[in-house]
Design a protein around this ligand. Structure first.
Ligand SMILES: [Ca+2]
Ligand SMILES: [Ca+2]
Length: 135
């Protein structure tokens, strides 16, 4: 279900719902992407299963890459979700594209729906993509 929604700063967003989960996605200046989600009362979305991964991709009608709430900003190679859970321990759900994460230059944030496999890539945090917020 989608309901028109107008976010702060005039950005256009849409709300979605799935069971008890609600969320917002939007296009915005992505150096404030996390703050944007927090200002809406949420955070960048996490993917903890293939189901989550497919759901967020489906939600994204324009088929472009989008930010997810995964980063290794605190310690290189230690991936943490914005919900506080790990993506570096054995058994954690991972959906990296082949050869990723490669930290090319300095890549500490992650977008999904990228490349031929439409999976995850680590990329510079000040790049511009859409955000998916979990509410
Ligand atoms: Ca990194
Ligand atoms: Ca990369």
């Amino acid at each position: 279900m989608e309901v028109p929604y107008s976010g702060p700063g005039g950005t256009q967003s849409q709300r979605w719902s799935k069971g008890q989960d609600r969320g917002t996605k939007s296009r915005l200046r992505d150096n404030v992407k996390k703050l944007h989600c927090v200002s809406l009362g949420g955070n960048l979305a996490s993917e903890h299963s293939q189901d989550d991964h497919q759901f967020l991709k489906k939600l994204n009608e324009n088929d472009k890459p989008f930010w997810i709430g995964l980063a290794d900003v605190h310690k290189e190679g230690t991936w943490l979700w914005s919900d506080g859970t790990s993506a570096s321990s054995e058994g954690d759900f991972l959906k990296w594209n082949p050869g990723e994460p490669n930290n090319a230059g300095q890549e500490n944030c992650v977008h999904s729906n990228y490349g031929g496999q439409a999976d995850w890539n680590d990329i510079e945090c000040d790049s511009r993509f859409q955000s998916v917020c979990a509410m």
